[in-house]
Design a protein around this ligand. Structure first.
Ligand SMILES: [Zn+2]
Length: 110
């Protein structure tokens, strides 16, 4: 389950930023096409924060909708897949502007 490895890294970064203080809230930004499953992330969070400065912290997940970009006409449009047809010029594209991110949005300390 790669969510555990992802959370381990996120919690490590959060603890580093906390500099010895307790983490109250960790906010993540997860793209809908990132391949990361929010339920698995929540489970992994509980496991990897045990006995750390982030133990008992709240986890907030901000879901980022996917936005594609057309290489032919430069239009940006919402999508639900890696490949999609441009609504303006009908070119099929594989370019994504957003939707693949998995990052820390913010860390709130006590
Ligand atoms: Zn286009």
């Amino acid at each position: 389950m790669h969510e555990v490895a992802i959370m381990q890294e996120a919690v490590r970064l959060a603890a580093e930023a906390a500099g010895g203080r307790r983490v109250r809230t960790l906010r993540l930004r997860i793209g809908i096409l990132s391949g990361v499953v929010p339920e698995a992330i929540r489970f992994a969070f509980d496991v990897v924060t045990r006995d750390t400065l982030a133990a008992g912290a709240a986890l907030e997940i901000e879901s980022v909708p996917a936005v594609a970009w057309c290489a032919a006409c430069a239009a940006e449009f919402p999508t639900a897949d890696f490949f999609s047809e441009c609504p303006r010029c009908r070119t099929v594209n594989g370019g994504l502007r957003r939707g693949r991110e998995m990052e820390i949005a913010s860390v709130e300390l006590e």
